[in-house]
Design a protein around this ligand. Structure first.
Ligand code: 3JM
Length: 359
């Protein structure tokens, strides 16, 4: 099984002298900044590095590994000579992905724009690397909550086919960007100081109403669809089926914003077609790259967002039978949604393309 999850990558320095012109679109945001952290940490073999953003952020200077980079405004001409284009997300993808592909780049896109396009592979490298080879210039990175869940589902699915999934998420504010993190901090400070609280960002900056997130939970992530699910919930449902290559998989989801800075948590109930014991589940999860089992109830050991923040692994714990159905299992998982849920997963896709000489 291919996967980088268990160890940091350093072999490029040793056996891969080839370097690739790389661009980051959305370089100044939370995901963009994490791209830079990971590029440094994993010794990603970039040659020229282009930092692109909207007009608003153009001109900002970012020091990276001792060198100053001026953030450029993204235009359709920005991708000349770029081989790897890492798109941090947002509406810019729709405009610039086709331009980047036309210029000869492979786009790894973190937005939802192309995820459900049958022509575009939707990839978690540990789960469905086989899909990468089908790309026609764009490879989509799944939604953060989807990535964290399928990392835990795939090893279980390989023990016994999954019939149905019920998932509830506990999603950190950083999923809503830097502004949402600042809003939580400000609200906590205001409350502690006895000042009036203002809410301007969550559950979504563009929405007509805003609610306090400090000391609260908001059961709305993104907008509502006609079926009364939120877009985030439908992303989890649709994307999971595509990644697992199982249209018959039954999934229902409830996605909730919680006053946590970073790392999403998910309560997942799984019904299988055949029996899966707790021991089998633990063994399969522990052997899966990028997953760490943290499940020792006697020692009160289980995953918590505070301790998975900044980490690469998705942690899984609270593994136990669901005695209410014939072949059921419950688990709880946590993962850093800006790392594995976004920038790390995208960079792993780029590393796969490099490793397999597919660029
Ligand atoms: C996570 O363009 C936008 O409004 C961004 C919306 C967004 C997305 C998305 O749909 O691409 C915000 C936060 C995601 C995501 O990863 O699905």
């Amino acid at each position: 099984m291919w996967g980088w999850g268990k160890a940091p990558i350093t072999q490029y320095e040793v056996n891969n002298v080839k370097k690739y012109n790389t661009a980051i679109l959305g370089a100044t945001g939370a995901v963009g900044q994490e791209f830079l952290n990971l590029i440094a940490q994993r010794h990603f073999p970039f040659d020229n590095l282009k930092l692109l953003a909207s007009k608003r952020s153009a001109g900002k200077v970012i020091n990276f590994q001792g060198k100053d980079y001026t953030v450029e405004e993204a235009t359709e001409e920005s991708f000349k000579d770029v081989k790897i284009a890492l798109f941090a997300g947002g509406s810019a993808s729709k405009t610039f992905a086709p331009a980047a592909v036309k210029a000869g780049a492979v786009v790894i896109d973190n937005s939802s724009t192309f995820r459900m396009d049958p022509e575009v592979p939707l990839v978690v490298p540990e789960v469905n690397p086989q899909a990468i080879a089908r790309h026609k210039g764009i490879i989509a990175n799944p939604n953060c909550s989807t990535i964290i869940m399928v990392m835990a589902l795939k090893p279980l699915y390989d023990v016994a086919k999954i019939k149905r999934i019920v998932v509830s998420t506990y999603q950190a504010v950083s999923g809503g960007g830097k502004e949402a993190m600042a809003e939580l901090e400000e609200q906590v400070q205001d409350i502690v100081a006895g000042r009036e609280v203002t809410a301007k960002i969550l559950p979504g900056a563009a929405l007509p109403k805003h609610y306090q997130i400090a000391f609260n939970l908001i059961p709305q992530i993104d907008v509502f669809k006609d079926n009364l699910y939120t877009k985030e919930e439908m992303k989890m449902i649709d994307e999971t089926k595509k990644i697992m290559e199982d249209d018959g998989l039954r999934i229902t989801a409830t996605t909730v914003r919680v006053p946590v800075y970073r790392s999403h948590a998910e309560s997942v109930n799984v019904e299988f077609f055949a029996d899966v014991t707790e021991a089998q589940a633990k063994e399969a999860l522990a052997a899966f790259p990028g997953v760490k089992v943290n499940d020792t109830p006697a020692e009160m050991a289980y995953p918590m967002p505070l301790f998975t923040s900044g980490k690469d692994e998705v942690e899984v714990g609270r593994i136990r039978r669901d005695y209410s159905v014939e072949h059921g299992l419950n688990f709880w998982c946590c993962g850093d949604q800006i790392r594995k849920g976004a920038a790390l997963n995208a960079l792993q896709i780029a590393e796969y393309l490099i490793e397999k000489d597919m660029l």
